[in-house]
Design a protein around this ligand. Structure first.
Ligand code: ZN
Ligand code: ZN
Length: 336
């Protein structure tokens, strides 16, 4: 099969020929149709993820069709349209799984495209517990980015503590943020988009934002307070200062929900305790969360805006994403 791999830490993305893998017990083989390119793929390319081994095929926004189901796989069959995200599956019997926290499974060894090969290839293997059903109405390129960018923003927002009508702000208007604004608006929140520059105002409103804050000229926290404070802020931008500057704009009992990975964040405990505010990180989700995301998109019309590239141009697409030039997600079209 054709695949794009990283042969060593820091090495380029190379188009290579690889053996088509055979599914062992509990695994399925997927004929990949499309795979999104995510900033976290740089953890593989740069070798920054703990224990990552090379050569490795990246890709954890995978959409395809089951080709063969391996031994012991129940409930899934050849021909099923499926998606796979970052969470590569879980055991179902450890203490955390038994408490319903599947994302924290103690026996999970598969992080898609990181600790096992991912979707920058014509075929890949996936654990049955990592599979999400994809509605027929979503094309492969539409579905792929929803398996990481989509589920991360959707699942975070539905756990942010806000109710319909509450004010929810989305910090950042890139690959994650443009989905976050759409989801928040469709969930019935008074959605506030925060980004840099007045030029993004019409775009934010087109996505469903009721308000727009231009952080280059407005005081973000003060603007949020003038709206009564945000019940939640979804921080998608990987900018610690921008995140911290929203905290005093939270309403009493409001929460800053972080999905953009920054190494450190300076928080004033006084600001937290005086308003009983919280700062919380959110893990994207497991396969059923992805499935809920896909279904919500089918129902409400939320779509990722994508640049689509053939597999052979993966390296170019990856560079565009890393430079922040992709509008708004880069997706590899692998097969029909
Ligand atoms: Zn991702
Ligand atoms: Zn487990």
């Amino acid at each position: 099969m054709r695949a794009v791999q990283v042969s060593c830490a820091g090495g380029p993305l190379e188009l290579v020929e690889r053996e088509i893998p055979e599914p062992g017990p509990g695994l399925v083989r997927i004929k990949v149709q499309a795979c999104g390119i995510c900033h976290s793929d740089s953890l593989v390319q740069e070798g920054a993820f703990p224990g990552v081994e090379h050569p490795r095929i990246p890709g954890h926004e995978v959409m395809g069709v089951i080709d063969i189901a391996g031994p012991g796989v129940n409930g899934w069959a050849a021909g099923d349209r499926v998606g796979v995200g970052w969470n590569g599956g879980y055991c179902g019997y450890c203490d955390f799984c038994r408490r319903g926290d599947y994302f924290a499974c103690r026996n999970a060894t598969r992080v898609t495209g990181v600790t096992c090969d991912g979707g920058y290839a014509e075929y890949m293997l996936a654990s049955a517990s990592a599979l999400a059903r994809v509605p027929d109405e979503l094309s492969p390129a539409e579905a792929a980015p929803l398996l990481c960018a989509g589920v991360t923003t959707f699942n975070c927002l539905r756990h942010c503590g806000a109710q319909p009508g509450d004010t929810v702000a989305i910090l950042g208007l890139g690959g994650l943020g443009h989905l976050g604004v759409q989801f928040a608006a469709r969930m019935g929140f008074r959605t506030v988009a925060i980004a840099r520059g007045a030029d993004k105002d019409p775009f934010a409103r087109k996505l469903g934002a009721a308000e727009y804050i231009d952080s280059t000229v407005q005081d973000v926290a003060q603007s949020l307070r003038s709206m009564g404070g945000a019940k939640a802020v979804l921080a998608t931008a990987t900018n610690a200062h921008a995140m911290a500057s929203t905290i005093s704009g939270l309403a009493p009992n409001g929460t800053l929900m972080i999905i953009g990975a920054v190494p450190t964040l300076e928080v004033s405990p006084l600001t937290l305790l005086s308003g009983r505010r919280a700062v919380k990180g959110w893990y994207s989700g497991t396969s059923i969360d992805s499935q809920d995301t896909l279904e919500f998109c089918r129902l409400t019309g939320v779509r990722s805006l994508n640049e689509v590239y053939p597999l052979s141009r993966a390296s170019e697409a990856y560079e565009r994403m890393m430079k922040g030039e992709a509008r708004f997600r880069a997706v590899l079209s692998v097969s029909e």
